[in-house]
Design a protein around this ligand. Structure first.
Ligand code: GLA
Length: 376
């Protein structure tokens, strides 16, 4: 039975990645921020092992026992929280039943990681209701495992990590090789990061994502034949890559070059941010986009239009696609007093060229997941 007087509310944010795209599953560096858009869950503990879940954003209700968690073909949204509960229990955490009602304002399919947010908010809510304290790194890893194994999406660790560990006014530098991380203060006074949703969702994303992963693995395998100490692209620099260029198929070489140069751009971005040098950061954003477009080939015409048009507008220091690609959002670094004009001009230009009305979200770096206090 639900314990009605014990309702608690938890939240977990979506994210945009400032730089370091498609580097997380190559043991590289990433630099995301948690954003204002989030998923909330209103949670009531139960005294038995039954879980009942509803969502204000999707139809249907999921009802199941914690002793028998199976994916559903109908309420697919429910597979994310279910997978998390399964992963938590497999890790030895004994959960109690609950009634969960999800609500969120992260645009689905917008590339701002609504899936990681629903996973992380589920983990935080279920653990807290069950009186369990767990480390945020472990929570992120278990949520990633749920997405990989239960939902069947082969994502890296970035999205779950930032949703669990974001910090207001900071970006999180994550070293995906050893999961060490550091909060990087953002010298954004007078500037804003504006996400612009292309509102296109290409079905390519999951098949192409897996293909890119395989291409990177193929590159590593080839290079390791010559340099046995290489176990990921993190161990390869541009010099080594050039040296073995002839051994690699052209497309594999380009994929590797993106990852290697992108990891370097993350390092350079952190230096630029530490120096308060936003002009340099803007240039690195532009270089990142070019590399994602030409070498990694995960952009699409709509994202390219958004980036190219953004760079023509006054007060814009840089622009790039963010997230997995093939649709979703770009982010632009825009002078604060030019933001209104930026959104107006972008909407006009994008509409003229594509017939689509884009959406804009100012991205204030926010705290990671937690319980909302003082609510009932
Ligand atoms: C998706 C994945 C992340 C990461 C990005 C690309 O968002 O979930 O793990 O690989 O793509 O940087």
């Amino acid at each position: 039975m639900p314990q009605r007087d014990k309702r608690r509310i938890f939240r977990a944010p979506g994210r945009v990645n400032l730089i370091g795209e498609h580097t997380d599953y190559n043991q590289g560096l990433v630099l995301p921020i948690a954003v204002e858009q989030e998923i909330r869950v209103s949670a009531l503990p139960r005294t038995d092992r039954v879980v009942i879940m509803r969502s204000k954003n999707f139809p249907g209700e999921c009802s199941f026992s914690l002793d028998n968690i199976e994916p559903s073909k109908k309420e697919r949204w429910g597979n994310y929280p279910k997978g998390v509960m399964k992963a938590l229990q497999e890790a030895g955490y004994r959960l109690g039943g609950a009634e969960l009602e999800f609500d969120g304002n992260i645009p689905a399919g917008g590339g701002m990681s609504s899936s990681a947010a629903i996973e992380v908010v589920t983990a935080v809510a279920m653990l807290t209701l069950s009186g369990i304290v767990a480390d945020s790194v472990e929570i992120s890893l278990l949520c990633q495992r749920a997405e990989n194994e239960f939902v069947g999406v082969n994502c890296g660790i970035m999205d779950q990590f930032i949703s669990a560990m974001g910090k207001k006014d900071h970006a999180l530098l994550i070293d995906c090789r050893d999961l060490s991380h550091r909060q990087v203060p953002l010298p954004f006074s007078g500037y804003k990061i504006i996400a612009c949703n292309s509102r296109v969702k290409h079905s390519l994303i999951s098949s192409e994502y897996n293909k890119r992963r395989e291409e990177c693995t193929a590159g590593v395998k080839k290079i390791a034949e010559k340099v046995p100490t290489v176990s990921s692209l993190r161990d390869v620099d541009e010099k080594i890559l050039e040296q073995y260029k002839d051994m690699l198929e052209k497309v594999i070489f380009k994929r590797c070059r993106h990852v290697i140069t992108e990891i370097d751009r993350v390092c350079q971005t952190v230096i630029a941010l530490d120096d308060g040098d936003l002009i340099r950061f803007g240039k690195l954003m532009n270089e990142s986009h070019t590399s994602l477009k030409n070498d990694y080939e995960v952009s699409c015409p709509e994202l390219d239009i958004l980036v190219e048009r953004a760079l023509e507008i006054e007060g814009v220091l840089g622009s790039r696609m963010t997230g997995g690609g093939f649709g979703g959002c770009t982010i632009s670094l825009v002078q604060e007093d030019c933001v209104d004009n930026f959104c107006r001009m972008m909407a006009e230009k994008y509409m003229t060229e594509t017939g689509i009305t884009p959406e804009f979200y100012p991205c204030r770096p926010m705290d990671g997941a937690g319980e909302l206090m003082g609510t009932d």
